[in-house]
Design a protein around this ligand. Sequence first.
Ligand code: CP
Ligand code: NVA
Length: 309
Amino acid sequence: MRNLKGKDLLSISDLNREEIEEIFYLAKKLKTLFYLGKRECDYLKGKTVALFFEKPSTRTRISFEVGIYQLGGHPLYLNAQDMQLKRGETIGDTARVLERYVDGIMARVFSHSTLEELAKYSNIPVINGLSDLEHPCQVLSDYFTIREKKGNKKLKIVYLGDGNNVANSLILCGSLLGMEVICSSPKDFYPNSDILKKAMDIAKKTGAKIEIIENPKEAVKDADVLYTDVWISMGQEEEKEKRLKIFPPYQLNRTLLSLAKEDVMVMHCLPAHRGEEITDDVMDGPNSIVFDQSENRLHVQKAILALLI
Ligand code: CP
Ligand code: NVA
């Protein structure tokens, strides 16, 4: 096993299966301790982690801030709008300065290349807190949640809607974990083609199955998990009108739910646009585990931070 200390986590493909298992193992341990009332530990004692945001956030910001505090470290929230970046300082120079002060960077950015720049110009771990390409912390928490509910087995996971950052990471992580991941998206909204190729290559070795099925009714048949995300991601607001016309057949509603397994788990990374990609009755219904996913962001990210920094 490689030592994760000092590594970046920009993509799920920065990890191998063993490392994902190591994260899950520590997350489970930290979550158990948390429920026993032992919330504080010293994995990050004396360390500061910068939390850099170009976009809004509820879950990512709060779970990282709280998690770093519970690990004994100091979370430093940085809004890109308040920094000299706004006046033209480069990401590279910002990274060079940050590494002199802090022990790690978690960043939520528009362009994935911004994360790569942060990682290139600093010698401290950089963690992707969402880019246009991936959302690795989210899907690690999601697969941890699936594992908690169903144990360690091959499941049929069907993602409905926009082949976005969450879909890309879900597919990559599913391929490493040997899952069957089906993405059901309209033609022009498939997941990233390089990521799909990478996931299919990985799947050949792990026994995973990665597939695109455009027809949502066909895709959801016998699913163990139905996963969806917003149709209009942050930064795509100008495409709203066009997207709202294309995506309705992919809405996670009672009809699609009834075609999956009876005990299917409904997942969403949140925030949800209720009435668009998911209906109220499904999101609030007995199959929904969306808030368990949110909860696990805290425990899984604590494990990631403890192992990387
Ligand atoms: N799922 C997620 O990353 O949520 P936030 O945008 O609230 O951080
Ligand atoms: N795909 C969404 C995820 C939000 C957590 C976005 O990028 O806005």
